[in-house]
Design a protein around this ligand. Structure first.
Ligand code: NDP
Length: 283
């Protein structure tokens, strides 16, 4: 039996139609949601992500601002721009595309964004609120994963959830969200001993590593839900996830593909956070 595919494109399209309706209603009340995106440098993957975020805004009726800086820009210029956007009441979301060039203190940049406009949810204040179970903005990738689990009717209470990867932007917030839904959560990383021992226990397995096809079918519990966050480029130019889809789909119950899984959901949740930030200005 092969796994059922959790289709991120289809779920995104459905959610974005709903979003567009809410954007139109808010715009009619005089508030058009606006996302400002800052890109520093010429990393091709970052340029594609930024382009997709801006296109997502346009398609749902939101306004976007895109500021692109040369890779050697003085950080003071970017800090000044963030301060300007923080002060602009017509801007509801601000994000700085990561990674930043090495001469930037990335943490300081993220902390410079006003927490109430931090639609990526990376500001320490917003991470703290998430830890306390009272989130203002949920980081977009794990938020998208939670929406996919909901759409797949995956039982969460008491489920064994194993996350591979402990980054601040995916693994750690993912652990908090699953814990908040009463999963029993294990977080694995590069120093974990016997990774397969952990992954084989997982009812829900989330792979967020950045290593092509490292999770193979023999590492998966039969019937498990497998969420593949990884985006890796193969030598032939094709994209693939951290999960070896071919072998995993023979064992898993539900599985997300790459591309067309978590990726489109991430941008949809960014748009959701921006809309909700704009809606809050009327409250
Ligand atoms: P990071 O590089 O920040 O983190 C990777 C994590 O994987 C680290 O915690 C690392 O452990 C762990 N790791 C590395 N090697 C192993 C190993 N052999 N066994 C177990 N764990 C290991 O990556 P991100 O979290 O930023 O991204 C992860 C992947 O997700 C990437 O492919 C990225 O492109 C993709 N991504 C996709 C998004 C989407 O929208 N679909 C959004 C964001 C990211 P340690 O901490 O010990 O170093």
């Amino acid at each position: 039996m092969t796994a059922t595919i959790l289709d991120g494109n289809a779920l995104s399209a459905h959610l974005r139609t709903e979003l567009a309706g809410r954007v139109a209603a808010l715009t009619a009340r005089g508030v058009q949601p606006c996302l400002a995106v800052i890109l520093v440098g010429e990393d091709p993957a970052s340029a594609v992500y930024v382009r997709n975020k801006v296109a997502g805004c346009e398609k749902t009726g939101m306004r976007s601002i895109k500021d692109v800086y040369a890779p050697d820009v003085d950080p003071a210029v970017v800090f000044a721009r963030i301060a300007e956007l923080n002060a602009d009441p017509a801007v509801h979301g601000i994000l700085v595309q990561l990674p930043l060039p090495r001469h930037f203190d990335s943490e300081a940049v993220l902390e410079a964004i006003a927490p109430e406009k931090d639609v990526d949810g990376f500001h320490a204040e917003n991470i703290g609120a998430l830890m306390q179970g009272n989130p203002r903005f949920i980081p977009c990738t794990p938020y998208g994963v939670m929406k996919m689990l909901e759409a797949g009717h995956v039982p969460l209470k008491g489920a064994e959830a194993v996350i591979v990867g402990r980054s601040n932007i995916v693994g750690k917030p993912m652990a908090m969200l699953l814990l908040a839904q009463s999963c029993t959560v294990t977080v694995c990383h590069s120093q974990s001993k016997d990774l397969a021992f952990h992954t084989r226990r997982a009812d829900i397995l989330v792979a967020a590593v950045g290593k092509a096809k490292m999770i193979t079918g023999d590492m998966i519990k039969p019937g498990a839900t497998v969420i593949d966050v990884g985006i890796n480029r193969l030598p032939d130019g094709k994209l693939c996830g951290d999960v070896d889809f071919e072998s995993a789909k023979e064992v898993a119950g539900l599985i997300t593909p790459v591309p067309g899984g978590v990726g489109p959901m991430t941008i949809t949740m960014l748009l959701t956070n921006t809309l909700e930030s704009a809606e809050r200005t009327l409250k």
